[in-house]
Ligand binder design. Structure first.
Ligand SMILES: Cc1cc2nc3c(=O)[nH]c(=O)nc-3n(C[C@H](O)[C@H](O)[C@H](O)COP(=O)(O)OP(=O)(O)OC[C@H]3O[C@@H](n4cnc5c(N)ncnc54)[C@H](O)[C@@H]3O)c2cc1C
Length: 454
């Protein structure tokens, strides 16, 4: 598929799904287009009374939670009160954060505040860490409890806390002492890893580990390997190496693009090793190197980046009825994202076991479907969209100025109650990495972030 065809497909699916109203069924779109003006341009929308009444608390102001809060106000209207809670005052985007590692962007350029959500959409933003929930029963009120003891009541609770990591022996002290990074929750960790790579000795070795699936952003670790390889071969001499220890049996996404990148574009620099399960980490061993031991032996690194395996956020795994998929992920009805274990509690984004990739673009789509379903429930319709569709689009930088891409459209399989790839609509990946793709990536990113935060 040529790039132009892909951009056409993106126009028809991904970008259109990013537009307010686009994730709605046709009847809903018609109903709301006459009653609700929307804003992605900086002017406050006129929120109509849509007939929906109630209050919703959203826990987690990341890609999923911020989008859900915004679209609940846009589609739910003036009588749907929305409180968005995040432990941080601003959001650091994971998306594009691998480009901090080669110095082409900075974390401050990837930081988003909640001002537009507050002032344009009338969302009540609260900074705090949620430590407990009481699920609403029927049409009554439940609540969430913050670490400072405050409780906030709601008719519906959305949980969007992203992910937590599993423990790796030796990793916690190595992270605390600043010797080793995960840089898989963007922010200070990302900046730290960038500075370690910059200070790596000439001819040094960068080692990174990839957890077993499912993890957030299936192409992300391979993208990271490419960006670091591209930078070290230009700046750290011909003997610099990037060793990739993958717990999986093979590349998890964009196989063609990354095989080409590893074997051609970055041949001789990237040493890719599948089936490597991390057992322990020892920081600052002899000569200041860091050791990672896997099922096949110990590898020494000048810079060590360990991405541990993932599970749902603590607020979910603390509650077995919510973490009803292996005690690790939240089972959901993919028409509404209501928990399959706890009524009136909804889970969106990386914490949900939705059968779709753990990705920011998918988190945005899940958030809209959830906002739509809650609006219907608060209006008394109680019928979620019977045929939801979502799209995942992902761009992966391969060098400092080229990128590949991957896209999939998912549709609802009513027989098995799950989302499945629509035949003929993906997964489709770029034929080759290019500068055009890199430029399209910047537009895609700006559109996605504006849709969630502006
Ligand atoms: C390096 C990297 C590159 C990536 N690139 C892409 C890409 O190109 N395309 C793509 O689609 N996806 C990409 N992703 C994946 C994407 O970032 C995630 O899938 C997405 O952020 C998931 O959204 P979320 O809302 O579930 O979680 P997050 O965005 O992580 O948000 C969770 C929020 O919840 C808050 N929180 C957690 N617990 C609590 C609590 N108890 N109380 C209050 N607040 C809480 C956190 O502070 C955080 O703000 C990438 C990820 C990484 C690491």
């Amino acid at each position: 598929m040529k790039r132009r065809q892909f951009v056409g497909l993106l126009g028809a699916s991904a970008l259109s799904l990013l537009l307010p109203g686009a994730a709605l069924a046709d009847d809903e779109r018609k109903r709301r287009s006459t009653s609700t003006a929307t804003s992605t341009t900086g002017t406050a929308p006129v929120l109509a009374d849509t007939g929906a009444t109630g209050s919703v608390v959203v826990v987690g102001g990341g890609m999923a939670g911020a989008t859900a809060a915004k679209f609940l106000r846009l589609w739910g209207g003036s009588n749907v009160k929305v409180t968005l809670i995040d432990q941080n005052a601003t959001y650091s985007s994971n998306i594009m954060s691998n480009l901090v590692l080669n110095g082409s962007t900075t974390m401050s350029q990837l930081t988003y505040n909640y001002n537009a959500l507050k002032t344009l959409y009338g969302i009540n933003f609260v900074q705090g860490s949620v430590v407990g929930i009481v699920p609403p029963v029927g049409t009554g009120m439940g609540s969430v409890r913050l670490a400072n003891g405050t409780t906030i009541a709601a008719n519906k609770i959305i949980l969007a806390p992203g992910i937590e990591f599993d423990a790796v022996p030796g990793l916690t002290p190595a992270l605390q002492d600043g010797y080793v990074t995960h840089a898989w929750k963007a922010g200070a960790q990302t900046t730290k890893l960038a500075s370690q790579i910059r200070n790596m000795p000439v001819g040094g070795t960068f080692v990174m580990t990839i957890p077993a699936s499912p993890y957030r952003c299936p192409p992300g670790p391979y993208e990271r390997a490419c960006i670091v390889a591209d930078w070290v071969k230009k700046n750290k001499g011909p003997n610099a190496r990037v060793i990739v220890l993958d717990a999986n049996a093979g590349i998890q996404a964009e196989k063609h693009s990354f095989e080409t990148a590893f074997n051609v574009t970055h041949a001789g620099v990237i040493d890719y090793r599948p089936n490597q399960t991390v057992a322990s980490v020892t920081a600052n061993t002899t000569g200041g190197k860091h050791a990672v031991t896997t099922n096949t032996g110990t590898v020494y690194a000048d810079v060590l980046n360990v991405i541990p395996s993932h599970k749902a956020g603590k607020i979910i795994t603390d509650n077995p009825a919510l973490a009803n998929v292996g005690g690790r992920w939240a089972g959901v009805d993919v028409r509404s994202y209501e928990s399959s274990g706890v009524p009136n509690v909804y889970v969106i984004g990386d914490s949900a076991a939705s059968g779709q990739p753990k990705a920011g673009h998918i988190a945005n789509q899940e958030a809209k479907l959830c906002a739509d379903a809650i609006t219907r429930a608060l209006r008394g319709d109680l019928i979620p969209n019977p045929a939801p569709k979502t799209n995942s689009a992902c761009y992966s930088p391969i060098t400092a100025d080229t990128a590949s891409w991957l896209t999939v459209v998912y549709g609802y399989d009513a027989v098995n109650n799950k989302m499945v790839a629509v035949p003929g609509a993906g997964p489709i990946e770029a034929a080759a990495a290019s500068q055009d793709n890199f430029n399209d990536m910047k537009k895609w990113f700006a559109t996605l972030m504006a849709d969630s935060f502006a």
